[in-house]
Write a protein that binds this ligand. Structure first.
Ligand code: HEC
Length: 131
Protein backbone atom coordinates (compact mmCIF):
# COMPACT_ATOMS: atom_id res chain seq x y z
CA UNK A 1 0.00 0.00 0.00
CA UNK A 2 2.72 2.45 0.94
CA UNK A 3 4.66 1.58 -2.19
CA UNK A 4 1.61 2.19 -4.38
CA UNK A 5 0.98 5.60 -2.74
CA UNK A 6 4.62 6.49 -3.30
CA UNK A 7 4.49 5.53 -6.97
CA UNK A 8 1.20 7.42 -7.54
CA UNK A 9 2.50 10.57 -5.80
CA UNK A 10 5.77 10.41 -7.73
CA UNK A 11 3.92 10.07 -11.04
CA UNK A 12 1.67 13.02 -10.16
CA UNK A 13 4.67 15.17 -9.18
CA UNK A 14 6.43 14.30 -12.42
CA UNK A 15 3.30 15.16 -14.40
CA UNK A 16 2.99 18.49 -12.60
CA UNK A 17 6.67 19.28 -13.19
CA UNK A 18 6.37 18.57 -16.92
CA UNK A 19 3.17 20.65 -17.19
CA UNK A 20 4.66 23.66 -15.38
CA UNK A 21 7.83 23.46 -17.51
CA UNK A 22 5.82 23.37 -20.75
CA UNK A 23 3.55 26.25 -19.74
CA UNK A 24 6.38 28.49 -18.50
CA UNK A 25 8.49 27.90 -21.62
CA UNK A 26 5.64 29.45 -23.66
CA UNK A 27 5.27 32.60 -21.57
CA UNK A 28 6.61 35.77 -23.22
CA UNK A 29 10.18 36.67 -22.22
CA UNK A 30 10.05 39.38 -19.52
CA UNK A 31 12.76 41.39 -21.27
CA UNK A 32 12.58 41.83 -25.08
CA UNK A 33 15.68 40.54 -26.87
CA UNK A 34 16.85 43.96 -28.10
CA UNK A 35 16.43 45.39 -24.60
CA UNK A 36 18.50 42.53 -23.17
CA UNK A 37 21.24 43.36 -25.69
CA UNK A 38 20.91 47.01 -24.65
CA UNK A 39 21.40 46.11 -21.00
CA UNK A 40 24.71 44.49 -21.93
CA UNK A 41 25.74 47.67 -23.76
CA UNK A 42 24.84 49.62 -20.59
CA UNK A 43 27.11 47.34 -18.55
CA UNK A 44 29.96 47.10 -21.08
CA UNK A 45 30.25 50.89 -21.42
CA UNK A 46 29.79 51.52 -17.69
CA UNK A 47 27.12 54.13 -18.22
CA UNK A 48 26.28 53.53 -14.56
CA UNK A 49 29.52 55.17 -13.47
CA UNK A 50 27.98 58.57 -14.28
CA UNK A 51 24.22 57.93 -14.64
CA UNK A 52 21.66 56.36 -12.32
CA UNK A 53 18.75 54.02 -13.04
CA UNK A 54 16.20 53.88 -10.21
CA UNK A 55 18.57 56.16 -8.29
CA UNK A 56 21.35 53.57 -8.34
CA UNK A 57 24.68 54.54 -9.93
CA UNK A 58 26.85 57.63 -10.35
CA UNK A 59 25.62 61.12 -9.59
CA UNK A 60 27.69 63.09 -12.10
CA UNK A 61 24.93 63.00 -14.74
CA UNK A 62 21.14 62.71 -15.07
CA UNK A 63 19.04 59.80 -13.90
CA UNK A 64 17.90 57.96 -17.04
CA UNK A 65 15.03 55.88 -15.60
CA UNK A 66 12.38 57.85 -17.53
CA UNK A 67 14.52 59.60 -20.13
CA UNK A 68 12.50 58.03 -22.97
CA UNK A 69 9.44 59.94 -21.74
CA UNK A 70 11.31 63.22 -22.21
CA UNK A 71 13.26 62.64 -25.42
CA UNK A 72 12.16 60.70 -28.47
CA UNK A 73 14.09 57.54 -29.41
CA UNK A 74 15.54 58.99 -32.63
CA UNK A 75 17.01 61.96 -30.70
CA UNK A 76 18.50 59.69 -28.04
CA UNK A 77 20.10 57.44 -30.66
CA UNK A 78 21.53 60.46 -32.47
CA UNK A 79 22.84 61.84 -29.14
CA UNK A 80 24.65 58.57 -28.42
CA UNK A 81 26.02 58.04 -31.94
CA UNK A 82 27.28 61.60 -32.34
CA UNK A 83 27.60 62.88 -28.80
CA UNK A 84 28.19 66.56 -27.99
CA UNK A 85 30.76 67.79 -25.48
CA UNK A 86 29.76 67.12 -21.88
CA UNK A 87 28.97 69.94 -19.48
CA UNK A 88 30.80 71.45 -17.67
CA UNK A 89 33.54 70.31 -20.01
CA UNK A 90 34.43 72.24 -23.15
CA UNK A 91 36.42 69.58 -25.03
CA UNK A 92 35.60 66.05 -23.86
CA UNK A 93 32.77 64.42 -25.78
CA UNK A 94 30.16 62.22 -24.15
CA UNK A 95 31.02 58.50 -24.67
CA UNK A 96 29.88 57.38 -28.14
CA UNK A 97 28.16 54.17 -29.25
CA UNK A 98 27.80 52.59 -32.68
CA UNK A 99 24.32 52.71 -34.20
CA UNK A 100 23.24 49.13 -33.33
CA UNK A 101 24.42 49.46 -29.72
CA UNK A 102 22.64 52.82 -29.44
CA UNK A 103 19.39 51.34 -30.82
CA UNK A 104 19.53 48.40 -28.40
CA UNK A 105 20.38 50.69 -25.52
CA UNK A 106 17.39 52.92 -26.23
CA UNK A 107 15.18 49.79 -26.32
CA UNK A 108 16.54 48.94 -22.88
CA UNK A 109 15.79 52.45 -21.60
CA UNK A 110 12.27 52.17 -23.06
CA UNK A 111 11.80 48.91 -21.15
CA UNK A 112 13.14 50.50 -17.95
CA UNK A 113 10.59 53.31 -18.41
CA UNK A 114 7.73 50.76 -18.33
CA UNK A 115 8.68 49.62 -14.82
CA UNK A 116 6.38 51.45 -12.39
CA UNK A 117 8.27 53.73 -9.99
CA UNK A 118 5.29 55.57 -8.43
CA UNK A 119 6.30 58.97 -9.80
CA UNK A 120 9.94 58.62 -8.85
CA UNK A 121 12.31 60.39 -9.56
CA UNK A 122 10.64 63.62 -8.42
CA UNK A 123 10.37 66.43 -10.96
CA UNK A 124 12.95 69.15 -10.73
CA UNK A 125 11.66 72.31 -9.09
CA UNK A 126 11.33 75.19 -11.51
CA UNK A 127 13.46 78.19 -10.57
CA UNK A 128 11.18 80.88 -9.18
CA UNK A 129 8.17 78.59 -9.45
CA UNK A 130 5.71 78.08 -6.62
CA UNK A 131 5.85 74.26 -6.60
C1 HEC B 1 31.88 60.26 -17.88
C2 HEC B 1 30.52 60.27 -17.42
C3 HEC B 1 29.46 59.70 -18.34
C4 HEC B 1 29.39 58.43 -18.86
C5 HEC B 1 30.35 57.26 -18.68
C6 HEC B 1 28.16 58.38 -19.61
N1 HEC B 1 27.50 59.58 -19.57
FE1 HEC B 1 25.73 60.04 -20.42
N2 HEC B 1 25.92 61.96 -19.83
C7 HEC B 1 26.93 62.45 -19.03
C8 HEC B 1 26.72 63.89 -18.82
C9 HEC B 1 27.61 64.79 -17.99
C10 HEC B 1 25.56 64.22 -19.55
C11 HEC B 1 24.94 65.59 -19.68
C12 HEC B 1 25.63 66.30 -20.81
C13 HEC B 1 25.09 67.70 -21.03
O1 HEC B 1 23.94 67.96 -20.68
O2 HEC B 1 25.85 68.51 -21.55
C14 HEC B 1 25.08 62.99 -20.17
C15 HEC B 1 23.95 62.89 -20.96
C16 HEC B 1 23.40 61.73 -21.42
C17 HEC B 1 22.14 61.60 -22.12
C18 HEC B 1 21.22 62.75 -22.48
C19 HEC B 1 20.37 63.03 -21.28
C20 HEC B 1 19.42 64.17 -21.46
O3 HEC B 1 18.96 64.68 -20.44
O4 HEC B 1 19.13 64.53 -22.61
C21 HEC B 1 21.95 60.28 -22.37
C22 HEC B 1 20.76 59.64 -23.07
C23 HEC B 1 23.10 59.58 -21.87
N3 HEC B 1 23.96 60.47 -21.30
C24 HEC B 1 23.26 58.22 -21.95
C25 HEC B 1 24.45 57.59 -21.61
C26 HEC B 1 24.71 56.20 -21.92
C27 HEC B 1 23.75 55.26 -22.60
C28 HEC B 1 25.97 55.94 -21.47
C29 HEC B 1 26.76 54.65 -21.64
C30 HEC B 1 27.04 54.29 -23.01
C31 HEC B 1 26.49 57.14 -20.87
N4 HEC B 1 25.54 58.13 -20.98
C32 HEC B 1 27.72 57.26 -20.30
C33 HEC B 1 27.97 61.73 -18.49
C34 HEC B 1 28.27 60.41 -18.79
Amino acid sequence: MKVRAFVVLSALSLGLFVAVTLVSSRLPAPLPEQAAAGKKVWQRHQCVSCHTLFGDGGYSADDLTHITAQENPAQLIEYLVEPPVMRPNKYTHHPALDKVDAQNLVQYLEFVHTIPTLGWPPQRERAGGSL
